[in-house]
Design a protein around this ligand. Structure first.
Ligand code: ZN
Length: 174
């Protein structure tokens, strides 16, 4: 009997796999409410087969919210006792693939943010946001519509700038 032949375990495996996991949805919702726009479940670059859960194309930020079971969380990962010879190599491959994907993206100039599904949504959103603003400062882009403080700061910089500067030009021609 294969691991998948019991309907109950099969269903829970499929549920674990689905792209719209609860923590991921919560993070997306919070980011969206803060004015961020992003692609969902997308390949960051054309010649990469893996998809990231949340992708900021312009800022080159790829976010992964990894399931504790599937990606080998050091706190929660377990190896099923039944069919261990199926699961051990499979789960190991997942972890290897994650590493490979991270390395590949980083070599292409991407920032890769990996979180465990057990991490607090607030913490995840904060780190993503910090990273976004870090990237935006390097390569100016219109700020998200909601964080007004940041907009004001950027405008103040532009107003005080008597010399041609990238920030000022960007704000005049958004
Ligand atoms: Zn975990």
């Amino acid at each position: 009997m294969s691991w998948a032949s019991s309907e109950g375990s099969r269903r829970s495996m499929l549920a674990n796999r689905s792209r719209d996991t609860k923590p991921e949805l919560a993070v997306r919702r919070a980011l969206h409410a803060a004015g961020f726009r992003y692609r969902v479940d997308a390949s960051p670059t054309r010649n990469l087969r893996s998809r990231a859960d949340i992708v900021f194309t312009k800022q080159k930020i790829a976010v992964f919210i990894d399931g504790c079971f599937w990606h080998g969380c050091p706190i929660h990962a377990t190896i099923p006792k039944r069919n261990a010879d199926y699961w051990v190599p499979k789960l190991r491959r997942n972890v290897e693939r994650d590493l490979e994907t991270t390395r590949k993206l980083e070599s292409l100039g991407w920032v890769v943010l990996r979180f465990w599904e057990h991490e607090r949504v607030d913490d995840i959103v904060k780190l993503i946001s910090n990273s976004w603003f870090g990237r935006a400062a390097r390569a100016p882009d219109p700020a998200p519509s909601n964080p007004t403080a940041t907009r004001t700061t950027r405008r103040a910089i532009a107003d005080n700038c008597g010399l041609p500067c990238i920030d000022g030009q960007n704000l005049k021609n958004p």
